[in-house]
Design a protein around this ligand. Structure first.
Ligand code: AMP
Ligand code: ZN
Length: 141
């Protein structure tokens, strides 16, 4: 399969590995937009969160706190973002991954999401809740 992260997992493409267990691999993001930017992937090829099964999700998310703490201790950032891009055009590598992005003063990245507080009424919020709950009723993992 022509997948960069499967090739990294198989050792066909070099990477800077920081953690590995039976199900999960973590390695430095090649761009290092901030110092210590790390990716966590499942060893199993899963395209994105929409294809992620519960067990694989548990395997990956289980190691997030440990890696986050290690990065925090190693580089003393002011904070750390946990991001996962899913689907085009956000996602560029179609093997599910979590970005651990330590943040530093003046690192050039946005500090938070857009704040639309006060712009929407309760009807709008309730409609959002109903839309999501309706889909949850039809779903099973
Ligand atoms: P995304 O846009 O969320 O799909 O992110 C994919 C990430 O994979 C980007 O941040 C890339 O810098 C990173 N990346 C691509 N190729 C490699 C590689 N060979 N080794 C490490 N990171 C990579
Ligand atoms: Zn893959």
């Amino acid at each position: 399969m022509d997948c960069i992260f499967c090739n990294i997992r198989a050792g066909k493409i070099p990477s800077y590995k920081v953690y590995e267990d039976d199900n999960v691999l973590a390695f430095l993001d090649i761009t290092q937009g901030t110092k210590g930017h790390t990716l966590i992937i499942p060893k199993k090829h899963v395209k994105n969160v929409y294809e992620l099964d519960e067990q694989t999700a548990m395997n990956i998310f289980k190691v997030v706190p440990r890696l986050a703490k290690a990065i925090n201790k190693a580089f003393s950032p002011i904070g750390l973002n946990i991001i996962s891009n899913n689907d085009q055009p956000l996602q560029s590598v179609f093997h599910f991954h979590i970005h651990l992005i330590p943040r530093y003063e003046d690192d050039g990245m946005e500090l938070s999401t857009i704040n639309n507080y006060g712009k929407f009424n309760s009807e709008y919020f309730n409609n959002l809740v109903n839309s999501i709950k309706k889909e949850l009723e039809h779903s099973a993992i």
